[in-house]
Design a binder for this molecule. Structure first.
Ligand code: FES
Length: 123
C-alpha cells in the first residue's frame, strides 16, 4: 500500500494531537470493524473553530485523516466545518490507498459529534 507524501507526513508528524483542556465540544467515535477510535476536541468562539485537537488510536490512515481534519477545521465557521466531507479530507491528503478510504470517516463523524456537543453545551 502506498501513501502519498502528504498522508505519510501527517502520519509521521500528526498535527494537533493532544488532549485539550479548554474544549467546549467533544466527539468520540470508533469503528467496530477494526477497533480504531478517535476523540476530537474543538474550542469554538463566536461560531468559529479556534482550536481543534484529538487523541487517536488506529491505523496510519486514521491518524493522517484525523490530523488533516484538525488542520482543515481550524478557523472555519461551524457551518463550513459541517460541510466538510470524507472525500475533502482524502483529497487534501492527495488520496489514500485503495481500501483505506473508509478511515476518513472517523474524523468527519467525530467532528460532527463535537459540533453537536458544542451546540448542546452552549444552548
Ligand atoms: Fe480502522 Fe483505518 S482500519 S480506521
Amino acid at each position: 500500500r502506498m501513501y502519498t507524501k502528504i498522508a505519510y507526513d501527517h502520519f509521521m508528524n500528526p498535527r494537533n494531537a493532544y488532549l485539550m483542556d479548554s474544549s467546549n465540544g467533544e466527539g468520540q467515535v470508533g469503528d467496530p470493524a477494526c477497533g480504531d477510535s478517535l476523540m476530537l476536541f474543538i474550542r469554538v468562539e463566536n461560531n468559529i473553530i479556534e482550536e481543534a485537537s484529538y487523541l487517536v488510536f488506529g491505523c496510519p490512515a486514521s491518524i493522517a485523516t484525523s490530523s488533516m481534519t484538525s488542520v482543515m477545521v481550524k478557523g472555519k465557521t461551524l457551518e463550513e466545518a459541517l460541510s466538510i466531507k470524507e472525500q475533502d479530507i482524502i483529497d487534501a491528503l492527495g488520496g489514500l490507498p485503495k481500501g483505506k478510504e473508509h478511515c476518513s470517516n472517523l474524523g468527519v463523524s467525530a467532528l460532527r459529534k463535537a459540533i453537536k456537543t458544542y451546540k448542546e453545551n452552549c444552548k
